[in-house]
Design a protein around this ligand. Structure first.
Ligand code: B12
Length: 217
């Protein structure tokens, strides 16, 4: 029974079925998560099922078989389930993998890709702190100071703001020499990541999740 509920939860998450009102009268992630928890399914098993659904859509997106709207719906469905899990996070019954601080670097206002990465990473079990767009080095430094052991993600979409990525990275490393920083955005390449000394680069949200998992393994 539990298995059935959990696989239903993964499927509903992947399909972006948020709740009854939005899923044509059928139960969505909202209702099924509540049902699973009410029936005594372990919260970490529920989280795992949500993550499985999110990973499935993330992989399809990476392969060009799913698109931005699919990702957005899946993330909203995931969030509907996460709302029921929040009390278990606060009580420490369910542990996060780590904290990921992400932002689009100063001078750059593009955030669609960054938001997708943030949602996918959160959906894979990390706590995500999204600093938004046009983020200056001081704001990153301040956030890192409050979350020891975090990993930072920088996004940039303009060739003119790629350089700002290096400025942010250098400012952070001056204060936190061992801080792990990953980067991404349309103009970014592996070569650029290596040149500025980033710990990794990914072209899509699923890649970002894999990178983060490797960094904390
Ligand atoms: C939407 C858009 C806008 C919107 C942004 C809205 C928003 N809320 O984001 C608006 C209209 C505001 C805008 C403004 C501008 N834009 Co614009 N914009 C785009 C557009 C059409 C799509 C970008 C996008 O969202 N892609 C979809 C997402 C899903 O992809 P993505 O961002 O690459 O993210 C993926 C990966 O890169 C990666 N990723 C992203 N971030 C991160 C971070 C980490 C840590 C990791 C691991 C991975 C990762 O994962 C994401 C998901 O797969 C692109 C053209 C294009 N087709 O790319 C131009 C484009 C980026 N813009 C461009 C330009 C020039 C501008 C403007 C300067 C235009 C102007 N003259 O005003 C301004 C700049 C404003 C500013 N200061 O930032 C140019 C950049 C050229 C260049 N080489 O620098 C482009 C390429 C268009 C073009 N062909 O000329 N833009």
């Amino acid at each position: 029974m539990n298995e059935e509920l959990l696989s239903k939860l993964s499927e509903l998450t992947e399909a972006g079925k948020i709740n009854k009102a939005l899923a044509k009268g059928q139960d969505g992630v909202d209702e099924v998560t509540k049902q699973a928890l009410d029936e005594g399914v372990a919260p970490d098993a529920v989280l795992e099922a949500l993550v499985k659904g999110m990973s499935a859509i993330g992989e399809k997106f990476a392969q060009g078989k799913a698109f931005v709207p699919n990702m957005l719906l899946a993330a909203r469905a995931m969030n509907a389930g996460m709302a029921h899990l929040k009390p278990f996070f606060s009580s420490g019954q369910v542990k996060r993998k780590g904290t990921f601080i992400i932002g689009t670097v100063f001078g750059d206002l593009h955030d669609i890709g960054k938001n997708l990465v943030a949602m996918m990473v959160e959906g894979s079990g990390w706590e995500v702190i999204d600093l938004g767009v046009d983020v200056k080095p001081e704001k990153f430094i301040n956030a890192v100071s409050q979350h020891p052991g975090c990993v930072v993600g920088l996004s940039a979409l303009l060739t003119t703001t790629m350089g700002n990525m290096e400025v942010v990275l250098k400012s952070l490393r001056e204060k936190y020499p061992t801080l792990k920083i990953i980067i991404g955005g349309a103009p970014i390449s592996q070569n650029f990541a290596e040149t500025i000394g980033a710990n990794g680069f990914a072209t899509n949200p699923q890649g970002a999740v894999e990178l983060l998992n490797e960094l904390v393994a």
